[in-house]
Design a protein around this ligand. Structure first.
Ligand SMILES: [Mg+2]
Length: 325
């Protein structure tokens, strides 16, 4: 068996190619990188870390772990209406992560760099006695004043979500064998949605100047909408019957209506949650980039989030789940 490459060898072999050609990366030969912006642009910065056993499952394929890590950050950039530019990464790896693991991890990053138009600028790699811990700080660009914050929702605005809701949280259950009786194809679909988020990088920037408030859904629809409403000083009312569900999620709900709680409060959706004035042509914008968008409710004066059931009455929800009597 060939000797392991060691830290510098790994950087040269697996990580430096991820920075090849990136303006400002300087071939990873210097102590830091450079980021250029056009006049009138602002740099948008976000950081997300993931930990084995907490944000991904022990034994998950390294390329998928890499892509989830990068995509969580891309989702945050999209939520500010920013276009991805570059990222830096810190890896803390136990010794069991060998060269092959790093090679496969880097291959996942390379695939997503090509898909999303972003490249590595630098980073650090250390060893740890603990679980795999990975952090990316990502940079995006937006025209000054074109960023969309959480604080702009106003009474009368419509509440929208992209894609489908609940697949991530149901996917975690599927990936850990806790959705028994589900059709295997639907189980695999949900597990894939947990392991590989679809950040809405094309829709986010289009909503600059259109959405009044925006964030991505990472910790559950109800909890995240509560953050948006609080930042805006308003209340949000959504209809449970209007939640966009995948076919697989609808199958789960048909079997067990209590799973609505998972859909509403589970994490890992990485869809965009935003508000806009009633006359904004959201459907037209969304159709232009082929991303489904659904109106799920409205903004009112007041505070907090209310979820209405099919009878129009409020569900007894807390941010973390149903309030059980
Ligand atoms: Mg976020």
């Amino acid at each position: 068996m060939p000797a392991e490459l060691g830290e510098f060898g790994r950087i040269a072999r697996f990580l430096a190619p991820l920075a090849a050609g990136a303006p400002g990366a300087l071939g990873l030969t210097d102590d830091a990188a450079l980021i250029a912006l056009a006049p009138g642009e602002r740099l948008v910065v976000t950081a997300d870390a993931i930990v084995e056993g907490v944000h991904f499952l022990p034994g998950d394929a390294p390329d998928l772990v890499a892509r989830k890590l990068l995509r969580c950050n891309l989702s945050d950039l999209a939520a500010m209406a920013a276009v991805p530019v570059s990222y830096v990464m810190t890896m803390a790896l136990p010794v069991r992560c060998d060269d092959l693991w790093v090679e496969r991890f880097a291959a996942g990053l390379a695939a997503d760099q090509a898909e999303f138009g972003i490249s590595l600028l630098g980073g650090d790699s250390v060893s740890t006695p603990g679980p795999i811990t990975l952090s990316i700080t990502a940079f995006g660009r937006v025209a000054a004043g074109g960023e969309v914050r959480r604080s702009g929702a106003r009474p009368g605005d419509i509440v929208y979500v992209s894609g489908t809701i609940g697949d991530g949280a149901l996917g975690l259950l599927a990936a850990t064998g806790r959705l028994v009786g589900l059709d295997p194809a639907e189980r695999d679909y949900l597990a894939d949605r947990y392991r590989l988020p679809r950040p809405r990088v094309t829709l986010g920037p289009l909503l600059s100047g259109v959405a009044s408030a925006m964030m991505d859904i990472s910790d559950g629809l109800v909890g995240d909408l509560d953050h948006l409403a609080a930042a805006s000083g308003v209340a949000a009312v959504i209809d449970a019957t209007r939640l966009p569900l995948s076919t697989a999620a609808a199958s789960v709900m048909a079997e067990d209506v209590e799973r609505l709680e998972t859909v509403l409060t589970g994490g890992d959706d990485y869809e965009l949650l935003f508000t806009a004035a009633p006359d904004a042509d959201i459907a037209g914008l969304a159709a232009g980039v082929g991303v489904p968008v659904t109106a799920i409710g409205r903004i009112e004066a007041g505070a907090g989030v209310q979820v209405l059931d099919r009878d129009g009455g409020p569900l007894p929800l807390t941010r973390r789940g149903f309030r059980h009597a």
